[in-house]
Write a protein that binds this ligand. Structure first.
Ligand SMILES: NC(=O)c1ccc[n+]([C@@H]2O[C@H](COP(=O)([O-])OP(=O)(O)OC[C@H]3O[C@@H](n4cnc5c(N)ncnc54)[C@H](OP(=O)(O)O)[C@@H]3O)[C@@H](O)[C@H]2O)c1
Length: 354
């Protein structure tokens, strides 16, 4: 069965979704409509040319009120208010809300109440969605009767959650401390603009190419939504001037002392087996750019593993903050788009998601 989606916001994430869908005819997702403030011609240009991904491998043109991608016509809308977008008229079932402006569950729900869509996936750690569903950790808790507006958290949350899931299930895990180092985002400023930034912390308006900028984003709470057994968590978050490719590190204490080899073997087994859609493993020495275009939530780096004799453990993973996360958005769109989902399985059963 194919799920028909609409995309609100044709920016970094919106266009990544379009590229992934165009490149994956067997994915079971088709795009019926996109909405952005930009003209259809600009949308087409943005998909054809990309400084990070390169030229679009196919054809993209603007024709009247449609974006035509490899002969597939996608209805293009240009509404600022979400409640004005006639998704149902375009045949859209699931909306991916990717403007970054309508993160609140109440606002995103207008795609259903006004636009006629059936479900909404918010491309961010939303405010009060019906559920946060992190693939590979708690997505099997999806309840089609209760959950109409869902969120996968953020790219960093997904990278951390996957590594935490393996450690928790194999060795037990508590006293967790995490760091995320995130590539440049579109909302950051090329020059200092501390007055102009809409963010509360004035540091987030500082010139992105000049500094490592701390961000007070609370990733820990969402990792614990997926894996409450972890208990208390601490977290740090930094924005850096690389254009793509981000880093997640997680340290904590296991129930018994473990060796570096045991930890790496557990990650390799999970990546080759039950978690292969969301966890990748690369024994080659890697740097952040090597993760570009990797569809996993986390590319585990075994050279980063450290352990201590009293059960301390530290692990490192890379993630393509756009591509990996966009793949998870599509996974979620398929999950909520299914009209007759498979029977619910237990949290433990979520080991089998490949
Ligand atoms: N980029 C990442 O690595 C990443 C990773 C994970 C999650 N996210 C999340 O995904 C969301 C989108 O991020 P992004 O990086 O794709 O941002 P982006 O590149 O700025 O894309 C947002 C797009 O939405 C458009 N837009 C703004 N207001 C709109 C409105 N009212 N109606 C329709 N379109 C509107 C923007 O147009 P203008 O440019 O004209 O404003 C832009 O084209 C954010 O919540 C972000 O936190 C991003």
């Amino acid at each position: 069965m194919s799920v028909t989606i609409g995309i609100n916001g044709f920016g970094r994430i919106g266009r990544s979704l379009a590229r992934i869908v165009a490149a994956s005819p067997d994915l079971g997702v088709s795009i019926a409509a996109v909405n952005d403030l930009a003209s259809t011609e600009k949308m087409a240009y943005g998909l054809r040319r990309d400084s990070i991904r390169g030229a679009f491998p196919g054809t993209v043109t603007a024709r009247a009120d449609h974006l035509v991608v490899n002969d597939h016509a996608i209805r293009a809308f240009h509404h600022e208010r979400p409640e004005r977008i006639p998704w149902a008229d375009a045949g859209v079932d699931v909306v991916v809300e990717a403007t970054g402006r309508f993160r609140a569950g109440t606002l995103a729900r207008t795609h259903i109440t006004h636009g006629g869509a059936r479900k909404v996936v918010i491309s961010a750690s939303a405010d009060e969605p019906d559920a946060f569903l992190m693939f590979g950790a708690n997505h099997t808790t999806y309840d089609p009767e209760q959950h109409d507006v869902v969120s996968p958290g953020s790219c960093g949350v997904n990278a951390l959650t996957v590594m935490a899931k393996v450690l928790l299930d194999r060795f037990g895990l508590h006293s967790v401390n995490t760091s995320v180092v995130l590539a440049t985002q579109g909302w950051q400023k090329a020059q200092d603009s501390v007055i102009g930034t809409s963010r509360e912390d004035p540091r987030l308006g500082r010139a992105t190419g000049e500094s490592i900028i701390p961000h007070n984003y609370v990733v820990g709470d969402l990792v614990r939504v997926a894996l409450p057994e972890i208990g208390e968590m601490r977290y740090s978050y930094y924005c850096v001037p690389t254009p793509i490719g981000s880093l997640a590190e997680l340290s904590g204490t296991t129930d018994r002392p473990v060796s570096v080899e045991e930890v790496n073997r557990a990650m390799a087994e999970a990546a080759a087996g039950p978690l292969r859609r969301v966890l990748a493993y690369d024994p080659d020495p890697t740097v952040s750019i090597d993760v570009k275009n990797n569809p996993a939530s986390c590319l585990f780096d075994p050279s980063g593993t450290q352990t201590t004799a009293d059960g301390g453990v530290k692990v490192r993973g890379w993630f393509d903050n756009e591509w990996g996360f966009s793949n998870r958005l599509l996974d979620l769109a398929r999950l909520v788009g299914e009209r007759t989902p498979a029977p619910m399985t237990s949290r433990r059963m979520s080991w089998s998601i490949a």
